[in-house]
Write a protein that binds this ligand. Structure first.
Ligand code: FES
Length: 166
């Protein structure tokens, strides 16, 4: 009787241990993949000097292009990845850098590009619209505002960092 119990316990330990081992083997790469860019020094996206003086920025959105060097899974283009931000000053004079990626299905929005909708960001894919501050216009396809990039200002120069998801 005690031999049966101990055999059962032994099997339970063995199966539990095997399942735990396999689970850890599956989980570890996923956890590492998620935290690696954050943990690795210099592995995440830093701030990039986009070659623009803050004193040049007006309240009219201007498209600014800049390159970042980041690893997306296994993909890490040598020449970097070209990104765009819509840069402007808001009504308080604060610099804002909006992502051009439409929150509906990811097309690219443009400022003031549709004469029917003056002074708005317009997405040509499904007629999505956003106000100048990036807020989605109710009744159009996007359900969220445009994402904002983190920014820094150093010696009157604009540096753009990672996107804060809306
Ligand atoms: S992707 Fe922009 S409105 Fe659909």
């Amino acid at each position: 009787m005690s031999k049966k119990v101990s055999r059962r316990k032994f099997l339970t330990y063995m199966l539990g241990g095997t399942a735990g081992f396999l689970g850890a083997g599956l989980l570890f790469p996923m956890v590492r993949f998620a935290v690696d860019p954050v943990m690795k020094k210099g592995g995440g996206v830093g701030f990039v000097d986009v070659g623009m003086r803050v004193s040049e920025i007006t309240d009219r959105p201007k498209a600014v292009q800049f390159k970042v060097h980041r690893k997306d899974g296994w993909y890490q283009p040598e020449e970097g990845e070209l990104l765009t931000a819509w840069v402007m000053k808001d009504e308080k004079g604060q610099v804002v850098a909006l992502s051009p990626v439409c929150k509906h299905l990811g097309c690219t929005v443009n400022w003031d590009s549709n004469p029917q909708f003056k002074n708005q960001f317009f997405c040509p894919c499904h007629f999505g619209r956003y106000y100048k501050d990036g807020t989605n216009v109710p009744g159009t396809p996007p359900s969220k505002p445009l994402d904002k990039y983190q920014i820094k200002i150093e010696n009157d120069r604009l540096l753009i960092g990672p996107v804060n998801k809306a």
